[in-house]
Design a protein around this ligand. Structure first.
Ligand code: BV8
Length: 252
């Protein structure tokens, strides 16, 4: 994180960059959904019955006990179902209209960016409202909460369904990864918002943007490993900071 002579210099630089950018890329993490009531992964609420996400969101855990993993996802889906996008999600969806080239890359699986109207969206880790047949590979939407059959089975072939989500130790979809990396390489301004910068390969996108000449702006409640890459870290809740940035964009 470079320091500027003073904050106003920094603010002027950031605002000038926001207004002059042609291609913006954004990476979001669980922090963007926190103000919608979605528990983050590494905060206290990241626990569920004393399990951590890293123990349950793995193919090994699913192989060993699909019922337990589905009970965790059913609990999260039921918690998520009534929740709505917050002002940060909506600000990002409106920002998209100001730029010819705007890519929103999210690690979140909650579907709130889509619900807020974001169009050019890359869901790196999948979507909690989609299921995949382990026998045929078909993907289907299922928004039932709570789930009736546990674990859910495919209506077509009776095969076991799994969440259409990328687990730890699983590779990301090639096309999705290519879209994310290309956007980070080609953008001139990269926002990284509400992520602890722990999970790879998502956490490397900010460095890729920086190496390709982009300005990197982080928005978080606290510094993270990505702060060292960022040109500026705006400390504050994304549901407040993002509408403020949107306001600034709209001012001449
Ligand atoms: C891969 C779906 C190739 C699950 C998720 C050893 C063995 C095997 C693999 C690895 C290894 N070491 C490293 C790896 C790679 C591994 C990894 O990164 N592990 C980590 C734990 C070290 N990555 C993978 O396995 C990836 N695949 O690399 O494939 C491969 C294959 C085989 C072997 C090796 C490599 C797949 C990773 C995908 C995992 N799936 N999600 C589910 O959701 O059910 S990741 C999960 O963590 C979520 O998607 C989440 O979004 C993501 C990252 O967490 P954050 O979003 O950052 O959330 P967190 O709670 O951590 O932080 C919240 C932040 O928000 C905080 O900074 C907080 O301050 C801030 N905040 C809070 N409130 C606000 C706020 N900010 C602003 N405003 C607020 N109001």
């Amino acid at each position: 994180m470079t320091t500027h002579k003073n904050v106003s210099d920094l603010a002027v630089n950031v605002l000038q960059k926001i207004k002059s950018s042609k291609h913006i890329s954004v990476l979001t993490g669980a922090g963007v959904s926190a103000e919608s009531g979605v528990p983050t992964f590494r905060g206290e609420e990241g626990l569920w019955n004393n399990y951590r996400a890293e123990e349950l969101a793995t193919p090994q855990a699913f192989e060993r006990d699909p019922n337990l993993v589905w009970r965790w996802y059913d609990w999260r889906r039921t918690l998520l179902a009534p929740l709505k996008p917050n002002a940060g999600h909506y600000a990002l969806s409106q920002m998209e209209n100001f730029y010819d080239n705007f890519t929103l890359i999210t690690q979140n699986v909650d579907g709130l960016h889509r619900m807020a109207g974001s169009k050019n969206l890359v869901e790196l880790h999948g979507n909690i409202w989609l299921m995949r047949c382990t026998a045929e590979g078909t993907v289907m939407e299922n928004k039932n909460t709570p789930l009736v059959a546990m674990p859910p089975k495919c209506n077509e072939c009776g095969g076991l369904l799994r969440p259409h989500i990328v687990w730890f130790g699983e590779s990301l979809d090639e096309d999705i990864l290519t879209r994310a990396f290309r956007s980070a390489e080609q953008c001139d301004l990269f926002f990284v918002i509400g992520t602890s910068g722990v999970v790879q390969p998502a956490a490397s996108l900010a460095s890729i943007a920086k190496q390709n000449g982009a300005m990197v702006i982080e928005i978080n409640l606290e510094p993270t490993p990505i702060s060292d890459v960022a040109d500026a870290t705006l400390l504050g809740p994304s549901a407040k900071v993002l509408p403020g940035l949107l306001n600034a964009m709209q001012k001449d």
